[in-house]
Design a binder for this molecule. Structure first.
Ligand code: ADP
Length: 381
């Protein structure tokens, strides 16, 4: 059987209608397979082969064993079935072990027609690998959040207990009270950042963009981070061009740059310098935060923007880090039509650059409720 539209029975349709039906089946990402009563494929489109339902050829052995079993059950019961399977990518049987498994949702439907023999079944299959991946990421995130919340909550309970026991030792009591204060602040920060992140990923991540003066962002960030910088004798200064404008939410942009400056302070030694640099580069405004801190190893560079990823667990814990700061920066950058880049040398320092469009976004178009996921112009047949 050639890959593609394949039918053995004769139908009284025009050749043109047949051609259209064949092209449509060939273009579909949904796998379509029809088996006769002996499990011989009567029709199979390329997606059916790709999804592993059937191998090229017309013998019953070349239909995946699970599909044959399902077809048999549906024939006997006369009731349609819908199941999810892990099938090897590429071909039913041939690359069974080598193929990377993919999640496939399969519907098997009994067919009953007057002009062909009984026992035919139609099988429709769609790739749910991506849906499975998204579900897994979500599950992992919930597990991570639970773990991250459990740690400070456990510490608080333990510290409070110890504090009760040390009631007659004022010095020890003070130490425990300070640690309770520290842990509760960490917990509050974690909850605040989780809420921030979920808002940024939500249905309305960016309020109507307005012009925002970069100078105002920088001033606000310097204000917010003054205490932390002073505690380490770190000098924050501004370099670059004044009077630049970007477009979006001032609040969010201040949060993003403040997160970068807070990190620059947290991961630098005392008496160092943090520079905020802003300049126009083509159609973008680059806001860079440059530190002389510990730097980031190459192996961590790709991962630091992931939620809860920390290059140095212990240090992040000491600084009260949540592991969410850079994930928030990345979401804000992307929501603003920009991005965030990092350049770092271990022991010498890091530069995080927020690149934002220097032009207002196109007039907001009323978007249909769906979101385009993939469009391939060349797919037009
Ligand atoms: P955290 O709350 O742990 O700081 P972030 O998401 O802000 O979380 O950062 C993730 C990790 O990236 C940090 O744990 C740290 O290892 C690394 N990192 C971020 N900024 C810097 C920096 N300026 N210098 C060195 N390492 C950094």
């Amino acid at each position: 059987m050639a890959v593609g539209w394949h039918r053995r029975s004769s139908m009284s349709t025009s050749p043109q209608a047949e051609r259209v039906a064949a092209d449509a089946l060939n273009a579909l990402r949904v796998g379509v397979l029809v088996l006769d009563a002996a499990d011989v494929p009567v029709l199979a489109n390329p997606a059916a082969v790709e999804l592993g339902l059937v191998r090229e050829g017309v013998s019953p052995q070349q239909v995946h064993a699970v599909i044959r079993t399902l077809a048999g059950q549906v024939r006997r019961s006369g009731v349609r079935r819908e199941v999810e399977l892990d099938l090897p990518r590429g071909a039913g049987g041939r690359v069974h072990l080598a193929g990377e498994p993919q999640g496939v949702r399969v519907r098997v439907i009994p067919l009953g027609g007057e002009d062909y023999p009984p026992g035919h079944v139609a099988i429709e299959a769609s790739d749910v690998t991506e849906a499975h991946r998204v579900a897994r990421v979500r599950r992992d995130f919930v597990a991570n959040v639970s773990h991250e919340l459990k740690t400070p909550v456990g510490a608080l309970a333990l510290l409070a207990e110890t504090l009760l026991e040390a009631a007659d030792d004022p010095d020890a009591s003070r130490r425990f009270a300070e640690r309770i204060h520290h842990e509760s602040q960490r917990l509050a920060r974690l909850v605040k950042e989780l809420l921030e992140l979920s808002r940024l990923q939500g249905a309305d991540p960016l309020p109507t963009p307005v012009p925002v003066a970069v100078d105002r962002i920088v001033n606000e960030v310097v204000d917010r981070t003054r205490t932390a910088a002073a505690a380490k004798n770190i000098d924050i200064h501004f370099a670059g061009t004044r009077g630049l404008t970007v477009f979006g939410s001032e609040n969010q942009l201040v949060t993003a740059v403040a997160n970068l400056v807070e990190n620059a302070i947290a991961y630098s030694s005392e008496e160092t310098k943090v520079t905020i640099d802003a300049r126009r580069v083509g159609d973008m405004v680059d806001i860079a935060v440059v530190d002389q801190g510990i730097g980031i190893a190459v192996k961590d560079l790709d991962r630091i923007f992931e939620r809860f990823y920390r290059a140095d667990q212990a240090r992040s814990r000491d600084t009260g880090g949540t592991g969410l700061g850079l994930a928030i920066v990345k979401h804000i950058a992307v929501n603003h039509g920009g991005r965030v880049d990092v350049d770092s040398t271990v022991g010498a320092g890091s530069t995080f650059t927020l690149r934002l469009p220097a032009r207002p976004p196109d007039a907001a178009l009323p978007l249909p409720p769906g979101v385009e996921i993939d469009s391939e112009g060349s797919d037009v047949l």
